[in-house]
Design a protein around this ligand. Sequence first.
Ligand code: PHE
Length: 344
Amino acid sequence: MKQKLEDIKNSALQSIDCAQTLEQIEELKIQFLGRKSELNNIRKSVKDLSVEDRPIIGQMANTISNEISEKISQKLEDFNRKAINEKLEKEKIDITLPGTAIPYGTVHPLTSTINEIVEIFQGMGFSLTENKNSPEVETEHYNFDLLNFPPDHPAKDMQDTFYTTLAPNVVLRSQTSNSQVRTMEIQKPPIRIISPGRVYRSEAVSSRKNNLFHQVEGLIVDKDITFADLKGVLNEFTRIFFGQARPTKFRNSFFPFTEPSAEIDVQCIMCEGKGCRTCSGTGWLEILGAGMVDPNVLIGVGIDPEEYTGFAFGMGVERLAMLKYAINDIRLFFNNDVRFLKQF
Ligand code: PHE
């Protein structure tokens, strides 16, 4: 009987050792430990043995049964470990592979040009006007009348200005100069503001003109402001914006809200005054309009022109950006072609 048990044990341990699959293990479990197994038969027959043999054989059968069980669990554990290792090996991630590059955006060249202009004037003591003083949807009153435009001024024509159907006399502002009068209406001198924003004009779109463009307006009102201050501030601006001092030319001009008025040219940055395509051979580039605030405008907003004087200027952002970055078509700013935008 003992030999038989020994044989069962050896055969079981050997078979388990050789098992290759989970199913084989399950089968061996039934074969060696199941209800109909030889070992179980022996255990059932222990009660028929002699009193001396009973405990010896019984104990031996139990020990063997435990040994086989343990061997099986060990084998199962081996299988599991192997399966996990195989899975890990298969799913291994190569962390040295380069990742997928995510394209990142850049600031739009018009936005960065506006920021740059604003920063230059902030450096000279100007502050940004509040948004509420610079609306894009505006009444004729602020866009024209308070700026001393006579009622029959051609700029008020529908051909030049976009009128809305919101109410009579409501327009898309044609200039940022509305922010001048809106600011002066609620703020008394000294005033020193800068006001960037969108403006709209009903014009045929071309490489030089768009219906929508951007301006930066500036205004100073204080005691003893003269044309010399205007020249100093704007010369300093062109020096910083274009990176070096360049000759400027103050040409006599006319705006209803400034007197005297000037258009300011800077020496062509492409040909340094020799004459090229960018400056149409003249050697000069017009960059902004400016002038001393007309006394009528001051009176209209309740500021005494005998006590205070001021100057104002308005510059086209697209034009400045086109000159600075040598861009030859204004429409490029609005097409949102990534190939163009990602250069900035
Ligand atoms: N508003 C004028 C324009 O759009 C520019 C300007 C602003 C001129 C301020 C003088 C003073 O052309």
